[in-house]
Write a protein that binds this ligand. Structure first.
Ligand SMILES: N[C@@H](CCC(=O)N[C@@H](CS)C(=O)NCC(=O)O)C(=O)O
Length: 321
C-alpha cells in the first residue's frame, strides 16, 4: 500500500513536478556592501588553504598584500593530499580545524550543503555567520579580496586590477592559466607522449614570450604589480622545485631564464610574499601524487639559494606597492 507521501511523490512525478535537491558543484557568491547576505565584516570570514596548492597560494598572497591579515583568518590544511582528500593536522605549520573539530575539508563542504557533489578543493572562504562556503574559486577570491573589503583592508588603495589595465590583465591571466598554470599539470599528468610533448612545448613557448616581455617591463603590465603577477608567480616559484623534475618540464630550469628569474626573485623577496612560500608544503604536496611519483619519495634538492640573491630590477621603473 502506498503511503501518502509515496502518492504525492508519484503524482508529482507524473506531473513532472518533482524537485530533486539541487546538486551543488561549486560556491560562487561574492562579498560586497551591496550583497544581500555576504557583507564585508571584520572577523566574519575565514580562508582555508594548502600552502602547496598554487591556486590557494594566490589567495593568501592577495590577502597579505591587501593588508587583510587582521580581518580574515587562515587555516592551513595538511600538505599531503590523500585518496580521501585534504585533512587537518598540526604538523609542519598546519592548523587543526578552528571551528568544529572536523578532521577533513570534506566536512566543511557537507556542512555548507549536504547535497554537495563536486570536488573538495581548497581554497575556499568560510562564513562563520551563516555557516557556509561563500566561494571556492581562487580567481573569484582574488577579486573578492581586492574589491570587497575597501573599508577594512589596511592597503585598500593598492589595486591588483586597475580599471585602465583590466582588459590587458584579463588577457594575461588567460594566457598564463592556459599555458603555464595548467600547462605544467598537463605535461606532468600526460598519459601519452603526444599529450606530454604538446603541453611541454606550450609551457616553454609561453615562458619564452614572457621572458622577452620582462626584458623592458618591471612587471607583466607596464610597471605596476597586478593580479597577473600573482598568478604567474605561484607557478614560477614551484618550477625548479617540482615542475622541472616531477612534471618533466625540463627544457630549462627557471633560474636559467635571466629576466624571469630576476623577476621571480624580486617578487619572492617582497616580505609579504616570502612569508607565504613554504617549500616543505610545496614539495610535500606535489610529489605526493602516486600516479606521477609511485613511491612518493620527496627529493632533497634542488638548491634554491638563488632566490635570495638580490634582484637587479631597480633599473626598471616601478610603481609604489
Ligand atoms: N577551481 C579551483 C581549483 C583549485 C584546485 O584545483 N585545488 C586542488 C589543489 S591544487 C584541490 O584542492 N584538489 C583536491 C581534490 O581535487 O580532491 C580554484 O582555482 O580555486
Amino acid at each position: 500500500m502506498k503511503t501518502n507521501s509515496d502518492k504525492i511523490f508519484s503524482n508529482n512525478l507524473l506531473n513532472k513536478k518533482v524537485h530533486f535537491p539541487k546538486r551543488i558543484v561549486s560556491f560562487s557568491n561574492t562579498i560586497s556592501k551591496d550583497d544581500p547576505v555576504f557583507k564585508p565584516e571584520l572577523n566574519r570570514y575565514h580562508l582555508f588553504i594548502s600552502l602547496g596548492c598554487p591556486f590557494a597560494h594566490r589567495t593568501l598572497i592577495a590577502r597579505n598584500l591587501k593588508g587583510l591579515q587582521d580581518v580574515i583568518g587562515v587555516t592551513i590544511v595538511d600538505w599531503q593530499l590523500g585518496n580521501d582528500g585534504w585533512k587537518f593536522s598540526q604538523r609542519d605549520g598546519c592548523t587543526s580545524d578552528p571551528f568544529f573539530g572536523f578532521t577533513s575539508v570534506k566536512d566543511y563542504y557537507y556542512k555548507a550543503n549536504s547535497q554537495y557533489a563536486g570536488r573538495f578543493t581548497v581554497p575556499f572562504i568560510w562564513d562563520k555567520k551563516t555557516n557556509t562556503i561563500v566561494n571556492n574559486d581562487s580567481a573569484s577570491i582574488l577579486k573578492i579580496f581586492n574589491n570587497g573589503f575597501k573599508d577594512l583592508a589596511k592597503n585598500s588603495d593598492f589595486n591588483l586590477c586597475p580599471d585602465k589595465n583590466a582588459k590587458e590583465i584579463e588577457q594575461l591571466n588567460d594566457f598564463i592559466f592556459q599555458n603555464i598554470n595548467i600547462g605544467v599539470y598537463k605535461a606532468g599528468y600526460a598519459i601519452t607522449q603526444d599529450e606530454y610533448e604538446e603541453a611541454f612545448n606550450k609551457v616553454f613557448s609561453a615562458l619564452d614570450k614572457l621572458e622577452e616581455r620582462l626584458n623592458k617591463s618591471r612587471f607583466l603590465v607596464g610597471n605596476t604589480f597586478t593580479e597577473a603577477d600573482i598568478r604567474l608567480f605561484t607557478t614560477l616559484i614551484r618550477f625548479d622545485a617540482v615542475y622541472h623534475g616531477n612534471f618533466k618540464c625540463n627544457r630549462n630550469q627557471l633560474k636559467e631564464f635571466p629576466n624571469l628569474s630576476n623577476y621571480l626573485r624580486e617578487i619572492y623577496q617582497m616580505d609579504q610574499i616570502k612569508q607565504t612560500v613554504d617549500f616543505k608544503h610545496i614539495k610535500g604536496l606535489l610529489y605526493s601524487n602516486r600516479s606521477v611519483n609511485p613511491n612518493g619519495i620527496i627529493p632533497t634538492g634542488p638548491n634554491l639559494s638563488y632566490l635570495d640573491v638580490p634582484h637587479t630590477r631597480n633599473n626598471l621603473l616601478k610603481s609604489a606597492l
